[in-house]
Every structure is written in C-alpha cells, then in structure tokens.
Design a protein around this ligand. Structure first.
Ligand SMILES: [Zn+2]
Length: 454
C-alpha cells in the first residue's frame, strides 16, 4: 500500500488532452500515482472536490527586481503573487536587478536571494547586451535558461539595447551553447525618433506615447530578429508580441523551418489603447496596448494555435514611478503574474476553449520550449507542480488579496471567472484555501534538469 506525502482527492484533473476526475498521490515531490479513488495512507490530504486541478503555471516572463531593487518588487512578494495565482515556476528577466544579470557573479547573487525567499521554482534569463558578449559562455555554465536582448531601449541605463551586430554575435554564441535568445522586438530608430519628435513638440499624453510605438516598429524588428536568428542557427523566442500580425510573422517563419516561438500577455488580450488613455500610467507598457482590431486579431492567433504560450510580463515599479504628466517618462510595466491564470481562463471562457488548452499555453508548451524536464504536465514521474481552484460568478480579485509589493494594477477592474484555492510546488503546499503557507521551496531550474548545482 502506498504511503503518500500528499493526496489530493476528487479534483477534475486537467491532463494534456482531457479533463477527468482523479486523485493525485505525491511521494518525494513527484506525482507517484494518479487515478480514481487511490488507496493508501497520506501524511496530508486535500479535498479538491469540484475543483479544477491544473498543472502548475510556468510564467516565462517576470521581473522580480532583486537583488538591488526590492522596493520595486522582490522574490518573496513576487513569488507570493505568482503562487497565489497558481504559478509554480517562473523564468525571471535579467535587467531590473542591480546588478543586472550579465555575468557569473550577478547570476550567483540573484540565485542566492531567490533561493532564500522564493515560493516557486525559478529559471533565470541572462542578459545579452553590447557589454557582456564575453560572458555568455559563463552564464550558460551557470545555467541560464537563455539570453534576453532588447532591440530598443530597455529603460535601464546599465542594460543597453543590442544593436544588430551585438544581436547577431550573441545569437551565434547562443547557437553554439544550445540556448535560445529572447528578444524584445521594437525598432529602436523608429521608436526613439518618434518619441523625440513628440517630446520636442510638448506632446506628452498617453495617446502621444502610443503613437510613438507603432505596430510597424514591432513587425520590422520581429522580421529582423528572425532573419538574424535563422542565419545564426539560433533558437529565437519573441517575448510579449502585442498583436495578431506579429504572431503571423512568427507563424510564417516557423512554417518555413525557423526555430522560433512567441508569447503574448493577458494585458494585450484584454485591454486596448483606449484603455491606456482612460486608466493612465498603470496601463503603460512596451510594446504598448493596441487598438481593438489588433486585440481581436491576437485572440484569433491564440485560438488558431499560433501563440506558443502566455506569460504575464509582470513588471512592477514603485507607485512614485507610475505617476506624472509626461507619459513618456513614466515607468512602462504592468503587474500581472498573480492574475495570469484567472485572466487566461476568463478570456478563454469568452472564446469557448477548453481547460487543457489553457494548460498547454500556461504550462506544457513553456516547459517544452525551455526543456524544463519533469515540469509542465500532471503525469506520473513529473515534479508534483499543480494548482487547484474553482470557477465562479464574475468577480474582481480584491486588492487586499493581491500579494505584489505594490498591489494596484490594471486588473483591479476586471471580473474573473476563476479563482485559485491552492498551489503545490514539488508537492509542497505553498497556497491552501487561497492563503499563503509558510513554505518557500523555490529552487533554480535549468534547461534539461529540474535542478542544477551552481
Ligand atoms: Zn518584460
């Protein structure tokens, strides 16, 4: 008879291709048995009756800002938000910590702070800038998940954007190291010029900002990144693609055999440029929120299967950086990792897709792309990363339930159809009855293995 560490009873379990009622038995942090009415003893039992049980959400794109900028967000608060929304793993971006993650020492410093306080497992992106081409190999040895480059200004002085030569060299090195390059794709020349002209004319409103970052600047950069990556033989990932036409360019290249994937974010699926004018700085991000037709085309691309996965791009800043009369100088970034699963389910509900497709976009595809072995699906032998919750009548997530360091976000006004009740990371329950526990099991994950000695 099995002796489970954790036994979850009676949930509607979301598998790769179906949703069925099953019990889940966990031993030593792994799914040990899954099936109807398991027999055995359990140190801990959870009644998930009438709950949906999803594979743990893998958020491929968060900014947790530590070390150095814990006043923006932190590993404790950021991972608390992610776990409270059903997340079990995040891939964290290299630019907002101080120092930015550009070499071995900065990587180790981030691993130290994350290991001490994260509730979820974490992979780390290394930076790719004109200043650290000589450090990519060392970052690969450390276990970065890939390299992140900005084709336009990152907003951080110590994380310079990658000009074409830097990007091409970095891609060639990444190809040799077997790691992907992720790019923020916007044409720097066009966006910098349009922003400069607007500011020179005293045009500083939200609409002026939106107009300075047109869709064509994104499309052009996506095409250029694909051209360079295809030649370099490098796996390419486009982060936060903001509209259907950008996804279309990626899908076309993939059909031609280029190793390229893309993600989008819930805010591009829910909000438009008109919302930026109405809501203000909380809705500022780059690329910016687009118009209604672009938003609809993005949904079509998701439903068609051309978007590989959805990430939050959780990018918080202190409230003092999210105010002011000059929309250009306000920090661009939207908080959302706690809202990722609920927003996706809610959006999908309106577009009548199934739970296992949500799981594919929030877990399975992400794990496959970054070779997070043992993660991304509820299956015997995998890490016991999962989350349970329930469908509900549309309701907002009260701000006192938001775990970010700065809880206010554009999501405050959205009514969600789903709420998370519990989350387990390798069988350790980090959220139960919608509340955080004291568990902080988070550890480093790398490509090809679920843990890595650094
Ligand atoms: Zn980002």
């Amino acid at each position: 008879m099995a002796h489970f560490d954790l036994l979850v009873r009676g949930g509607e379990v979301v598998f790769r291709d179906k949703v069925t009622i099953a019990d889940i038995g966990v031993i030593d942090g792994k799914f040990a048995e899954i099936g109807p009415e398991l027999t055995g003893t359990a140190r801990r039992e959870v009644d998930a009756g009438r709950h949906l049980v999803f594979p743990g959400v893998i958020d491929p794109h968060v900014h947790f800002n530590e070390p150095g900028r814990g006043d923006w967000e932190g590993w404790a608060s950021g991972s608390a938000g992610l776990a409270s929304g059903g997340g079990t793993t995040c891939l964290e971006m290299p630019l907002n910590a101080h120092p930015p993650t550009l070499d071995r020492a900065s990587f180790m410093a981030k691993v130290a702070v994350a290991s001490a306080s994260s509730r979820v497992d974490f992979g780390l992106w290394g930076g790719l800038t004109p200043d650290n081409l000589d450090h990519l190999e060392a970052l690969a040895e450390c276990g970065v998940i890939g390299f992140k480059a900005f084709m336009s200004s990152s907003g951080m002085d110590d994380f310079r954007h990658a000009d074409d030569a830097t990007l091409y060299q970095g891609m060639r090195t990444a190809a040799r190291l077997g790691l992907p390059v992720a790019v923020h794709a916007e044409n720097d020349g066009i966006t910098a010029d349009l922003a400069g002209r607007a500011r020179a004319n005293g045009q500083l409103t939200a609409r002026d900002y939106l107009d300075s970052r047109p869709v064509v600047a994104e499309i052009e950069a996506i095409r250029r990144a694909i051209t360079l990556a295809a030649d370099a033989g490098c796996a390419l990932h486009l982060v936060h693609v903001s509209g259907g036409s950008g996804v279309g360019v990626v899908a076309e290249a993939r059909a031609e055999g280029v190793d390229v994937t893309c993600e989008t974010c819930p805010h591009y699926l829910f909000f438009t440029g008109d919302d930026v004018e109405r809501i203000g700085p909380l809705a500022k991000c780059a690329p910016p929120l687009r118009d209604e037709a672009v938003r609809e085309a993005l949904w079509s691309a998701v439903i068609k299967g051309d978007v590989d996965f959805i990430g939050s791009d959780h990018s918080p800043a202190p409230p003092s950086m999210k105010t002011g009369d000059d929309f250009f100088s306000i920090w661009g970034g939207i908080s959302g990792c706690q809202h990722l699963l609920a927003a996706t389910i809610t959006g999908f509900g309106l577009h009548t897709l199934d739970a296992f497709e949500v799981a594919r976009l929030l877990s399975a595809n992400t794990a496959a792309r970054f070779r997070l072995n043992g993660k991304g699906a509820i299956a015997v032998g995998n890490d016991a990363d999962f989350t349970w919750g329930e469908m509900q009548a549309p309701a907002s997530l009260p701000v006192e339930g938001v775990r970010y360091r700065h809880p206010a976000s554009i999501w405050d006004e959205v009514e969600f159809r789903y709420r998370t009740m519990g989350t387990a990371v390798r069988g350790r329950v980090v959220v139960e009855h919608g509340r955080l526990t004291n568990e902080r099991p988070g550890r480093l994950v790398t490509q090809g293995s679920t843990h890595h000695a650094v």
